[in-house]
Design a protein around this ligand. Structure first.
Ligand SMILES: Nc1ncnc2c1ncn2[C@@H]1O[C@H](COP(=O)(O)OP(=O)(O)O)[C@@H](O)[C@H]1O
Ligand code: SF4
Ligand SMILES: [Mg+2]
Length: 338
């Protein structure tokens, strides 16, 4: 796995600044709050890891940034500042200019982004033509070059194939090619390697990090795999039950987590390939959205819980880091020695 050059991104400009993002969704039972005052930033060229168990709100944060949520059944509050615009409130036509051009996204399952009825080359060409004035020939050449850049052998031949003709690893490469072909400033990668086998996972991570480095693209890398974050990210954000509970430089957080939930996740690293949602070092489950604990949302699972934890916890600065736990200064949470 390719290693990054330490915390060199620390002083760079803020690219994306999310402030008090709140998201409510409507299902058959009515409205429910899915994200609660989520705040974090991504700096230019930074690799930011967003971690947490399944159901903590990672994907909903990503979909809020790109406004890929059903209009009538979602309500976004707070600010999502990118390039001087608030993505939480800007128009659909502005979002269409930003999606795929300045911010793009790759998903765990490439078939959800690829259209089965068009060749992969055509789909990359269409992405290019949506954002640049290009003729067919030039778009086709750039699509083949994009397939070549993600390590696909015989890219001109593969451009003529349909997604169903490709293996899972190849499809993920095609999706990366499509996501990066316009050289966006931010790539949101939502569990991009989770569906792949372990050897392919490492290849895809190396590919992503190498391409991002070359094009200067920042990555918001969503994963439940802390091992990958430790190897590949500059900073990390831990989410729990729709809130950010900790953030900071990866090396600092791993060598001394401030939040008991981050500590629990870290202790699960050696077995991080087990099924999602089953972390033996943290007993219990993420609370359901309609039955959130009144105080600290992690309280029912926390072995350090005490009287003050019965109140809702707000996020506090802890030096260059942030933590949502009133007891953080009193706890000895250890590290995994990474
Ligand atoms: N359409 C929906 N209506 C209501 N709740 C939803 C909907 N889609 C997802 N959720 C809930 O939102 C929460 C956050 O989900 P998600 O962001 O997908 O988690 P993660 O990506 O961290 O696994 C989960 O509790 C999930 O059940
Ligand atoms: S506030 Fe209390 S219950 Fe919540 S994480 Fe901190 S110690 Fe645990
Ligand atoms: Mg998800």
């Amino acid at each position: 796995m390719q290693q990054l050059a330490g915390a060199t991104a620390a002083d760079q400009d803020t690219l994306l600044d999310i402030q008090n993002l709140t998201l409510s969704l409507r299902d058959e039972l009515g409205w429910v709050e899915v994200l609660n005052n989520v705040s974090f930033s991504v700096k230019s060229k930074e690799i930011l890891g967003v971690v947490g168990e399944s159901g903590c709100g990672k994907s909903m944060t990503a979909l809020s940034i790109l406004r890929l949520l059903p209009l009538r059944d979602s309500r976004i509050g707070g600010r999502i500042m990118f390039g001087g615009e608030n993505l939480a409130t800007c128009s659909e036509s502005q979002m269409n200019r930003i999606r795929g051009r300045h911010i793009s996204m790759i998903f765990q399952e490439p078939m959800s982004a690829l259209d089965p009825v068009f060749t992969v080359g055509y789909q990359i060409e269409e992405t290019l033509k949506r954002h640049f004035k290009l003729g067919r020939k030039e778009a086709a050449e750039r699509a083949v070059a994009a397939l070549d850049s993600v390590g696909i052998a015989s890219p001109a031949r593969v451009a003529q194939l349909y997604p169903m003709n490709l293996s899972g690893g190849m499809r993920q490469r095609v999706m990366i090619a499509m996501a990066l072909v316009c050289e966006p400033r931010l790539l949101i990668a939502d569990e991009p390697t989770t569906a792949l086998d372990v050897t392919i996972q490492a290849q895809i991570m190396d590919l992503l990090l190498g391409l991002a480095d070359r094009t200067g693209t920042a990555i918001m890398f969503i994963t439940h795999n802390l091992g990958l974050v430790a190897q590949s990210c500059h900073r990390m954000v831990t989410m729990y039950a729709g809130q950010v509970v900790e953030s900071g430089p990866v090396r600092d957080v791993i060598s001394g987590p401030n939040h008991p939930y981050t500590a629990g996740l870290l202790h699960s690293i050696p077995d991080s390939n087990r099924a999602r949602g089953t972390l033996p070092s943290i007993a219990g489950r993420v609370p359901s959205l309609r039955h959130m604990p009144a105080g600290c949302r992690f309280g029912p699972r926390c072995s350090h819980s005490a009287k003050p934890c019965e109140l809702p916890q707000s996020i506090e600065n802890a030096g260059a880091r942030e933590v949502r736990c009133n007891r953080w200064g009193q706890l000895e949470l250890g590290s995994v020695g990474a």
